[in-house]
Design a protein around this ligand. Sequence first.
Ligand code: NIG
Ligand code: FE
Length: 402
Amino acid sequence: MHFDRLWLGGRLATLSPAREGLGLIEDGAVGAVDGRIAFAGPASELPAGWTAGETIALDGRLVTPGLIDCHTHLVFAGDRADEFEMRLRGETYETIAAAGGGIVSTVAKTRAASEAELVEGALDRLDRLMAEGVTAIEVKSGYGLDLESELKMLRAARALETRRPVSVATSLLAAHTLPPEHRDSRDAYVAKVVEEIIPAAVGLADAVDAFCETNAFTPAEVRRVFEAARAHGLPVRLHADQRTAGGGASLAAEYGALSADHLERTDVAGARALAAAGTVAVLLPGAYYALRDEEKPPVALFRAAGVRMAVATDCNPGSSPLTSILTALNMAVILFGLTGDEALAGVTREAARAIGRADEMGTLEVGKACNLAIWDATRPVELAYWLGRNPLHSRVYLGELT
Ligand code: NIG
Ligand code: FE
């Protein structure tokens, strides 16, 4: 067998479901052919007579699948440092939104920005994620809230893939909040999302997301959005049970959603529904932390029910100004009580499911994209251990060192 490139002598965390736990392999090898994994296993099992265009010694380093940030709002204009300061003085996310700030203040800036400006702003944040081993990200729209601006955001998100060695999955989040011009015509806005924006986003969006919350959209409105997504063949995801318990997890599960996200206030029925539907629970400790939330997602319940858990940054200018996936991992173990193994699975194998790309990425298995994160570390838990120290040694995207 001839490999384009072969890495030898590493400690592999394959995340292969065929192996136990993280699927650790000592003295492992990974071989790439045409950007795909052609071999991942113990070096002793390499096919006899192998050859390679290039051989790279790993010197015992830990190799994981490239990390996947499966929930971000990476594309936006401006910032909300002013609102951060208001929250430090005691105002809440909700009082600020009710006074005309919050998501809609980012909407005004994002509408005014050009597509090129949005791309440049997002690249700054993307580079920080990539420097920590991220090889795939999900990016949502949701700061446009009109046809043109939502499509502009999705195009900007897609453009990131042409500017950096990274895979981008896009989600249309037109149902993020009511745009100011529809304050007195909620129904007309939901109709616009259903009849105009979703059909126009086919081909640009990989999924449809919504924010089910008292100050965003009701379960009945979310259903209308999800029905339209279904009619256009788009999978759904949901910002669910974040600030109030609204049956969001159960609603997401009912539609076979790829993921339900946040989930600080999900109940037992919601957890069971997620498990039964195979919907991934995406935990977003950055938002929990920055909003000083007092409720945590019911991780023990998820574990007992057999819910798959992913971890992401939720990078956005309001609730989670977090551009570090490793910090999200640290928060997931320290604040939410995930094990180191669960946290790593949450930014690899389970994150791949949450973006609907489990066949493509998220584990070190033959046939998947050869996206690797190589770490100056030996134990997987070291990724979650340090705060502010980045143990990434190198990053491989589609078989190429980047
Ligand atoms: O995931 N929860 C709703 N949406 C975002 C926040 C967006 C914002 O505040 O700008 C979130 O936390
Ligand atoms: Fe979000």
